[in-house]
Ligand binder design. Sequence first.
Ligand SMILES: [Zn+2]
Ligand SMILES: [Zn+2]
Length: 112
Amino acid sequence: MEGLPLTESEIAGFGVGALLLCATVAAPKVDAFIAASQRRSLGMCKRCGDLRMIACSECRGVGSIKKGGPLVRILDDFYESLGEGSSPTQLIACTKCRSKGRTVCPECSKLR
Ligand SMILES: [Zn+2]
Ligand SMILES: [Zn+2]
């Protein structure tokens, strides 16, 4: 191996390094994939892990959403007519999850 810039062990080292790099980059995806397949093999819901609840997509688990929609706009007009000027950002109760921040898992409700 004289004259070569890299020894065999160095090449092997690079190979392992590249492999580790790939593993590190791919790890979150692999984890998610393994978790999903594990849940499936355990008979658990792959979406919620048998909690039967998932974070509300409407309020993202907060339980309240920022103003918007016709009713809130009416309220905004009302506040403005009271002379409050620009109304502060209002949070209204999420109607989708009833302020719980969680909704029934669609996967589970589909199955059961
Ligand atoms: Zn919600
Ligand atoms: Zn589920």
